[in-house]
Design a protein around this ligand. Structure first.
Ligand SMILES: [Zn+2]
Length: 306
């Protein structure tokens, strides 16, 4: 039903990505879409076929699949606390984080909230789009500010229809997210807070470019689903062991190997499962961060390498 409605909505509309016509050179070829996205997008587009994007989902796509997306990808800067999408709201764009971390949050009727997942450079927002949905069932906001690539949702849908390898890769990503979510659910009910705290810090560390995490204790308690006092004790124990230093919302990873030894088995299991499903690691020591090389748009819409 949803797919039928989507097919009907696609008829007669002109998108950046359209299987029936040659790919345009850049987003300005479709002024309506580009103008609609300007509030979110900065004017930097991904034009080069030879440089890594910095997002591991994009960088591990088959080349033809990335080339289908490439003309419509633009670089955006995400701010701390920025709302990416609201529960049950229409998806407007799909994001591929670079050094940013998005937090997926569930809100309860009594006002309590809990984080149920994070999305960083290993993946993308808007997985539901690949599954044929138009709205999100959770809320997403920016926990760690940095850059991302964005694509209007109509272009992403069109690319999925154009390129079967993109669709199968996105579905594999869905399986990887489902596997991770299941494991984290078991972890949260079985393992001690200290070990879960170490596991969460490792997951966050893999997704940011440096060793500094800007996280409050309130945020960490939300991540781990425990009271703030429990997070304080866990962070203090990790600090006393010399694995992290912590002060006023700043967590510095001092000894990553030590932090791994303090984590429950779930960090390793998550990594192992992820790599076996997606075919790539998200570990910082396996895939170091590097600045993506972007093509900058000139006012006439043509591109040049920055
Ligand atoms: Zn665990």
């Amino acid at each position: 039903m949803l797919l039928d409605a989507h097919a009907a909505s696609m008829r007669g509309r002109r998108y950046l990505i359209d299987c029936r016509r040659p790919l345009p050179r850049n987003p300005l070829d479709s002024p309506a879409i580009y103008e609609a996205g300007k509030a979110l997008f900065s004017v930097t587009s991904l034009q080069s076929a030879t440089h890594a994007t910095g997002n591991l989902f994009l960088d591990n796509l088959p080349e033809n699949a990335l080339n289908v997306l490439r003309p419509a990808l633009v670089h955006v800067s995400l701010k701390h606390g920025q709302l990416i999408y609201e529960r049950n709201a229409r998806v407007e764009s799909v994001l591929f984080p670079l050094g940013a971390i998005l937090s997926i949050v569930l809100d309860m009727s009594d006002g309590a909230t809990a984080e149920v997942g994070i999305i960083g450079r290993e993946g993308m927002s808007g997985l539901g789009v690949a599954l044929g949905l138009s709205t999100n069932k959770q809320r997403a906001l920016v926990q760690v500010p940095d850059g991302a690539y964005a694509i209007p949702v109509e272009d992403f849908r069109a690319a999925l229809e154009c390129e079967p390898e993109l669709k199968s890769f996105a579905l594999r990503y869905g399986q990887a997210v489902l596997t991770s979510t299941s494991l984290l659910s078991a972890c949260n009910s079985l393992h001690p807070i200290n070990e879960r705290c170490a596991r969460w810090l490792l997951m966050a560390h893999d997704r940011v470019a440096d060793d500094l995490l800007l996280l409050t204790q309130d945020f960490l308690s939300q991540m781990l689903g425990v009271r703030r006092g429990g997070v304080t004790l866990a962070a203090s124990a990790l600090q006393e062991a010399g694995f992290i230093s912590y002060s006023r919302g700043h967590i510095n990873i001092r000894n990553r190997a030590g932090l791994e030894s303090a984590s429950c088995e779930c960090y390793g299991s998550l990594e192992c499962d992820w790599e076996s499903i997606m075919g790539y690691s998200m570990r910082k020591d396996a895939v170091p961060f590097k600045a993506p090389e972007l093509g900058a748009l000139r006012p006439d819409g043509s591109s040049e390498q920055s």
